[in-house]
Design a protein around this ligand. Structure first.
Ligand code: MN
Length: 429
């Protein structure tokens, strides 16, 4: 039995005020696209089939290394986080899965949690393990690393945690385990680069051996932080080499913020796909480092170019099964509004990439017509696809204007009356 958090009539009422303008805009865009031989309904159907997961931790306020500023009505446990994620999906209709994190989202009955999510119209996406911080009561510390730690007992503890995440994930209906470790060094000479990588590979292979047949292990690389001199899986090179050594079920996960500034991430997408190792994406945006800002808020063109490569990858005929997730830290906004805004930005880039005249682009590339090739991308990038997104949303029962409808629902104010306040503190998530 499904019981969604917002009243369907409230969304319908909000939509009724916007519907005439949307039909006008959709019709006008449809005419424009038809002149280029594109059927707008076909693009809308592709958008309707697109989805991106939201992380359970993204439902709460994030923080920086210095402080966290909670808001009233923030979720404080997985049940409240699921309710907020259900609000997001009910309004935007393209975030039907939640990516859980352990031990943060631990409960005693995972079958019941799966049912609870299903009743909210949600399923579960990749399971995220955590060996980058210590938990109270934990036997051994990760202060000197986890999967690459010198101490065999610490490595065994981190391996056992990852295997437990797989077991939980099986109960939740997940098919992927995402592994990011903070392992690395702050000083030259602190650890031997090769020996620490060998320890990581040996430990990761034990986790890999525990994967069910239809599961994947997604290796998430990150250049720096928390380690500031070297990281064990620092870049896509280290990631693909590790994934190749582990086996077919090991893939690489690209987090848009985990690269050096100005890295050509879209080219990394093409490379990983060519070698069958593109496993997934964490969407966010960045100005300086791993800022975890909202998707498309700083560099929307890069997001479009990434989706253009994903569209090329999908059209290539090679296996293409990337796992998409929003991975952001919402420090100064209502997390629900940020996730709604980001889902729109991500789906917008997916739609624009679908509108690239791919045959024309390939022909221009083969003819060395540089300007025509660039203009082919530019024409798609500059299109306002918002009527397509809004129409797909409305037809799926979502809101034409998700953020305005969310505000009208007074969800957060109502939750502020019911939920216990979040404590102060610092913390990057
Ligand atoms: Mn990430």
């Amino acid at each position: 039995m499904t019981s969604l958090p917002l009243a369907a009539e409230m969304i319908e009422q909000a939509n009724s005020r916007e519907a005439d303008a949307l039909f006008e805009d959709y019709t006008a865009l449809g005419r424009k696209l038809a002149r280029g031989g594109v059927a707008i309904d076909a693009v809308k159907a592709r958008v309707a089939g697109f989805s991106v997961a939201v992380p359970s931790w993204g439902a709460g306020r994030g923080g920086t290394r210095f402080a966290k500023f909670p808001i009233p009505g923030e979720p404080t446990n997985i049940h409240e986080k699921l309710a907020d994620c259900a609000v997001v999906n009910q309004l935007c209709r393209i975030t039907p899965r939640v990516s859980p994190h352990f031990p943060w989202d631990k409960v005693s009955d995972y079958a019941a949690l799966r049912e609870e999510a299903a009743s909210l119209g949600l399923g579960f996406d990749a399971v995220n393990s955590n060996s980058f911080q210590d938990q109270s009561g934990q036997a051994l510390s990760y202060a000197n690393g986890s999967l690459s730690a010198q101490d065999a007992g610490t490595r065994a503890q981190a391996i056992a945690h990852n295997i437990e995440c797989i077991e939980i994930g099986e109960k939740l209906g997940s098919k992927d385990l995402t592994v990011w470790v903070g392992d690395g060094t702050n000083f030259p000479g602190q650890q031997d680069f090769t020996r620490s990588l060998e320890r990581y590979l040996a430990a990761a292979s034990e986790i890999y051996a525990a994967l069910p047949d239809d599961w994947r292990m997604l290796l998430e690389h990150k250049l720096f932080e928390p380690a500031f001199y070297s990281s064990v899986i620092s870049d896509w090179g280290s990631s693909i080499l590790a994934a190749q050594e582990l086996g077919d079920k090991a893939k690489c996960l690209v987090d848009l913020g985990h690269h050096a500034p100005n890295t050509n991430i879209e080219q990394i997408v093409a490379r990983l796909h060519r070698f069958g190792k593109l496993g997934g994406f964490h969407f966010n945006d960045s100005k300086y480092g791993d800022d975890d800002l909202d998707s498309g808020s700083i560099n929307p063109h890069q997001l479009f170019l990434v989706f253009n490569e994903l569209a090329e990858a999908q059209a290539s005929g090679r296996e293409f099964r990337p796992s998409y997730m929003i991975d952001q830290s919402h420090n100064v906004t209502d997390p629900i509004e940020s996730m709604l805004s980001s889902a729109e930005a991500i789906a917008g880039c997916f739609a624009r990439a679908a509108l690239v005249d791919r045959e024309g682009l390939h022909a221009a590339q083969e003819a060395n017509d540089t300007m025509l090739a660039f203009q082919t991308l530019r024409r798609a990038y500059t299109l306002d696809v918002s009527p397509i997104l809004a129409m797909a949303r409305m037809e799926a029962g979502g809101a034409i204007d998700p953020i305005a409808t969310y505000r009208a629902s007074r969800w957060r104010a109502r939750k502020a009356q019911e939920r216990k306040p979040v404590g102060l503190g610092a913390g990057i998530v």
